[in-house]
Design a protein around this ligand. Structure first.
Ligand code: ADP
Ligand code: MG
Length: 789
């Protein structure tokens, strides 16, 4: 909305009989002044002094009536103020050049009145022309003298003298002077009275307070606020017109002045030079900080210099040659001011009270509209008011019934009700979550997965195996007291590989429980710490949990199952936990048995490992004690003096026995330690077997589950060996034996890759599993396609 605009700078020349025609020349367009000086003869022939200046301005007012000055300078600013734009008009120049004459004018002569009374007149005239708006006018009159603020209207009976000194305050709305009286004026005449009151005070003050009025800055402010009379319009505009009569700009106190004059000179020089600095900064597009707060004048005018206002400067000069130096200085100021750009913008505000009233009205209207709509749509009267507790409780009960299945649907009434239904869904859901958690907590003890101390405590207490599953068997003792690390012996590789493969294939072929001994050096790392909360039947539940995560993508791993006579298929499949129990008694019985057996072997080995560890620790303690005793004997011997016989050391019997004992203990230690190493290898191997069995049990269960409840029976019949096979069908035996090849491949891999080290097992396991998954998925997709046909 706003556009950039330059400050308008005018020059007004005070009429004189002694106008310096040879020195001051006006441009033809009346927008420039040229100053031409004759060479100063006193300075001799060689003279570098500048003699010509040219100033471009927005207008030169010479021999201009007060009327014309107002028209040229102020009229637009005032008229725009009524539209919401702030405006500032400033008179600058040396004392006696006509600033006050221009701004206030001759108060005794109406014809010669200045900008101020004319502005007030224009404001009230414009208000009369705008009956559509309720416009209020307020005025204030501030004087700044020697950096102090004075209220020129404080003498009015209803104001009273201010107790505290006035201060300049900044807030988001702008700058205002705290303590300055602001007067509401409803008509021209009142406004004039205020102006005269101020002017009178200015003159009185100059006598009583011994202050020279030409040494002070005066700011007359008109505040306008316009509200539309149309009540629906909640926008309103405000604006501020600052009319500034600055102190004389002449260079004061250069010499000889003292006391009051010196003080005035210092303050005026300072404030005008700060004004100039602020204006230079405003003119410099690159500057982002403007030093407004350096003096009262610029601080008070902060939001009226540049910024979003219309700004006009009138520079008053003498036309006399004698004043040329000050005239030049004033013209320089004017041309600098012309460089300043402003961005006038309307001050638009919102009347909150009116806004609320309007919204309330609209609400009533819309409700009526809705009522009409409902009656046209044949809907019984719907209430659109906010719901009360009873209505909310009713919705809550509806939602509960809906979730239980006792209510088929919830009728839609209105938006508010729909929102409440969703809200109650959330309420019910969070309640149920809490209930479930409470129920679980009553039954199980949760352990934080990251709480390793708790996990190891549970492991030690035998409530959980090293995989983090609660074992439930009271004898399932953990081990972990390892005294020393052990590593696989490369020399035993060949034997262990064979045993491992044998174990693998025997378990895969379900040849019954085989004792998983051997594989002593398999250092399959077991490092899972995941803890799944589970019950006494820990393993099964745990398996089911994993089953849910991996079902449908895990491949079957072995030969086809034996034929079973199945009872008729139910219309809805049983839940997986229930089905799993059945499976374990049916087709999965064999593998389940192997699984259990492997597990019990694993537990037995763990127990033995734990016992061995304890023994090792005991031996170690005894070794330490014996060593200590020996050392004691040795020191005793050294004290008593050694006997030597032909270079042989002679020791007593006690020491000798101790040496023998130590030797024996060390031997025991080595044996036990070897046992422990073997046991650990076995444990890890058994763990691997248990994992494999668990995996097979689940995969087989999955196949069985799908077969029993999902794959159509006729298709299964068609897929059986000897049955007719249509194109696109995959023989069921092929699906089931998918894993066979893979198992072989796996065994081969184990054989060929093991030399790389036992760590490679997990790597190849993963590789094979991925391949199996892909194959399985492909097969299942083929099956589904066939099914669709
Ligand atoms: P300033 O305020 O700049 O010190 P004033 O406005 O008081 O100067 O002017 C000094 C004197 O000159 C006053 O008597 C004033 O009436 C007179 N004067 C100034 N300018 C004009 C003008 N344009 N026409 C007639 N008289 C003027
Ligand atoms: Mg004056």
């Amino acid at each position: 909305m706003s556009t950039r605009k330059k400050v308008h700078a005018f020059v007004r020349v005070r009429p004189t009989d002694d106008f310096a025609h040879e020195v001051i020349r006006y441009g033809d367009d009346n927008k420039s002044i040229d100053i031409h000086l004759k060479k100063d003869t006193r300075r001799g022939v060689v003279n570098n002094q500048q003699t010509d200046w040219s100033f471009k301005l927005d207008g030169v007012l010479h021999d201009a009536s007060q009327d014309l000055v107002y028209e040229t300078v102020a009229k637009d600013v005032i008229s725009q103020a009524l539209d919401g734009y702030n405006g500032t008009i400033m008179c600058y120049g040396q004392t006696g050049a006509g600033k006050t004459y221009t701004m206030t004018g001759a108060t005794e002569n109406y014809k010669h009145r200045g900008i101020l009374p004319r502005a007030l007149q224009q404001v009230f005239r414009m208000i009369e022309e705008r009956p559509t708006h309720a416009i209020t006018v307020r005025v204030s009159y501030l004087e700044i003298y020697n950096e102090s603020l004075f209220d020129l209207l404080s003498t009015l009976p209803y104001v009273g003298p201010s107790v505290t000194p006035m201060t300049i305050v900044e807030n988001p709305q702008g700058v205002f002077i705290k303590g300055l009286s602001v007067h509401l004026t409803s008509q021209e005449e009142d406004a004039f009275s205020l102006l005269f009151e101020g002017e009178t005070n200015r003159i009185i003050a100059s006598h009583t307070m011994n202050k020279n009025s030409s040494r002070s800055h005066c700011i007359f402010t008109i505040y306008v606020e316009a509200h539309s009379r149309t009540l629906s319009d909640e926008k309103y505009i405000t604006s501020k017109i600052n009319l500034v009569d600055l102190a004389g700009s002449e260079r004061l106190g250069k010499s000889g002045s003292e006391g009051r004059v010196l003080k005035e000179a210092t303050y005026i020089n300072k404030s005008l030079s700060f004004l100039e600095q602020a204006i230079i900064a405003l003119g410099d597009q690159k500057r982002d900080h403007i030093p407004f707060r350096q003096c009262k004048l610029t601080h008070a005018l902060k939001d009226s210099l540049g910024g979003n206002c219309n700004m006009v400067l009138v520079t008053n000069i003498y036309g006399d040659a004698a004043q040329l130096e000050e005239t030049l200085s004033s013209l320089r100021f004017a041309s600098r001011m012309k460089l300043v750009t402003t961005e006038p913008a309307i001050n638009e505000k919102y009347d909150a009270e009116r806004m609320v009233k309007n919204l309330e009205k609209e609400l009533v209207l819309l409700k009526q509209e809705l009522a009409i709509h409902d009656s046209l749509a044949n809907r019984s009267l719907v209430n659109y008011d906010p719901m009360d507790e009873i209505q909310i409780a009713e919705i809550n009960s509806q939602v509960r019934r809906y979730l239980e299945g006792t209510l088929d649907e919830i009728d839609i009434i209105n938006l508010r009700q729909i929102q409440e239904v969703f809200n109650q869904f959330r309420v019910v859901l969070s309640q149920q979550e809490q209930e479930v958690e409470c129920a679980l907590r009553r039954k199980y003890t949760f352990i934080d997965k990251n709480d390793f101390a708790a996990i190891s405590a549970v492991q030690k207490a035998g409530l959980m195996d090293v995989d983090g599953h609660l074992v439930g068997e009271p004898d399932g003792q953990g081990f972990g007291l390892g005294v020393a690390p052990f590593s696989a012996k490369p020399g035993k590789k060949a034997k262990s590989k064979k045993t491992f493969k044998d174990q693998l294939s025997s378990s895969a072929r379900k040849e019954g429980a085989s004792s998983p001994v051997g594989g002593k050096d398999l250092d399959v790392s077991i490092s899972k710490t995941q803890l799944t909360p589970s019950s006494k039947d820990g393993d099964v539940k745990d398996m089911l949990l994993r089953d849910r995560e991996t079902s449908n993508i895990e491949p079957p791993s072995s030969d086809s199952p034996k034929e079973e006579l199945r009872p008729p298929r139910p219309s809805t499949p049983p839940s997986k936990p229930v089905a799993f129990e059945d499976f374990k008694n049916e087709r999965g019985s064999e593998i389940n048995r192997i699984f259990k057996e492997n597990k019990s072997i694993l537990n037995e080995r763990r127990k033995r490992a734990s016992e061995t560890t304890q023994r090792i620790n005991a031996i170690k303690r005894e070794i330490d004690m014996t060593k200590e005793a020996l050392n004691f004997q040795k020191s005793l011997r050294e004290k008593q003096g050694e006997y030597e016989n032909q270079g042989l050391m002679i020791i007593d019997e006690e020491e000798f026995l101790l040496i023998l004992k130590l030797k024996d203990l060390k031997k025991q230690y080595r044996t036990e330690y070897q046992d422990l190493r073997d046991l650990r290898a076995e444990i890890q191997y058994c763990q691997h077997l248990v994992d494999q069995c668990r995996h097979r049990l689940l995969t087989e269960f999955d196949i069985w589950y799908n077969e029993s409840f999902f794959i159509p029976e006729d298709m299964q019949v068609a897929l059986k060996p000897g049955s007719s096979i249509r194109p696109g069908m995959i023989p069921v035996s092929r699906i089931m034996s998918l894993g066979e090849d893979d198992q072989d491949k796996f065994s081969q891999l184990q054989q060929t890759m093991l030399p790389e080290g036992p760590d490679s097992i997990s790597f190849y396991n993963a590789k094979v599993k991925t391949e199996q998954k892909h194959k399985y998925l492909k097969t299942m997709m083929g099956l589904q396609q066939t099914q669709r046909k």
